[in-house]
Design a protein around this ligand. Structure first.
Ligand code: IPD
Ligand code: CA
Length: 282
């Protein structure tokens, strides 16, 4: 039997090249949604439609940004696959697949809040997330990471390393979470929220999963949990969180009922046990 020799050094270098390409693309397309974001309701003219439910929005800028991202990827790496929230999809022949949310935090974006981001992640042939770029134009922050190369946040062109997602006992933990667009499903999420909130320092619902997860890497929250989030919400940011020392737990179906937990290792296990105790078994 022939042994396949994998040159780990060149795989590592390729990840850095892909990371830098993802960063270039995120920065290049950002003006498309950023310049169109309404700052006040009176300025809101963009076309919108609803998706999975009446409160799940898509704007014309989500679609335009996704198209711009996928065109740039295809121009540079036509053999890679694509999986994107607004429907772009193609198969991979290299093993790498780009997993894209053109605007994470669309509701924030539409209502003029600054908390939204462009998420560009890449998975490898095993489905592992290996590259992540989360760019938040209105916050002027960009999170970048590649497996084995650490995580950074770029602020004013300065690359600051993110090295240690912090541990905290549950009762002192500041947690982030989010809610589904499905009103029925929200009832159960609210039940879990209500059981957890008296037991922790506090909870945040900021409205963009990508930034919530990067927030664990940056020490802005201790932990994050959410149910039913999709691969494009989590892929890019999970590389940032992992490279900063956090544990990323994802159970259930990638596109169906699921649970994602991101926190420093001990807190992640505590949260997993607590949520299981509350009957969250997605
Ligand atoms: C949503 C945001 C939100 C989370 C939802 C996601 P979208 O993504 O990340 O914080 O709670 O589950 O669907 O729709 O704005 O791309
Ligand atoms: Ca989105």
């Amino acid at each position: 039997m022939q042994r396949r020799v994998i040159d780990l050094g060149s795989v590592m270098d390729e990840l850095l090249e892909i990371r830098d390409l993802a960063l270039r693309i995120a920065l290049e397309v950002a003006p498309i949604p950023a310049t169109a974001q309404p700052r006040v309701p009176q300025a809101r003219t963009m076309a919108i439609a609803s998706k999975s439910t009446d409160i799940d929005l898509v704007t014309e800028l989500d679609s335009a940004t996704e198209l711009a991202i996928t065109r740039l990827i295809m121009a540079e790496r036509p053999e890679d696959g694509i999986l994107a929230e607004e429907g772009s999809a193609s198969a991979s022949t290299t093993g790498y697949t780009w997993v894209i949310d053109p605007i994470d935090g669309t509701v924030n974006y539409f209502f003029g809040h600054p908390h939204w981001c462009i998420c560009i992640g890449v998975t490898d042939a095993e489905g592992d997330a290996v590259v992540g770029v989360v760019h938040a134009p209105a916050l002027r922050e960009t999170y970048v990471a590649a497996k084995g190369h650490g995580a950074h946040v770029i602020i004013d062109e300065e690359w600051l390393p993110l090295t240690a997602a912090a541990e905290a006992p549950l009762e002192l933990a500041l947690l982030a979470t989010g809610f589904s667009y499905d009103r029925e499903r929200r009832l159960d999420m609210a039940r879990v929220f209500a059981a957890l909130v008296p037991r922790v320092r506090d909870m945040r619902r900021a409205g963009a999963a990508g930034l919530d997860i990067c927030g664990v890497a940056a020490g802005r929250v201790h932990g994050y949990y959410e149910r039913d989030i999709k691969p494009w919400d989590v892929t890019a940011a999970s590389v940032v969180a992992r490279e900063a020392g956090a544990t990323v737990i994802r159970t259930g179906q990638p596109m169906g009922p699921n649970l994602t937990i991101v926190a420093a290792p001990l807190l992640a296990e505590t949260l997993r046990a607590e949520l299981a105790g509350m009957g969250v078994v997605d």
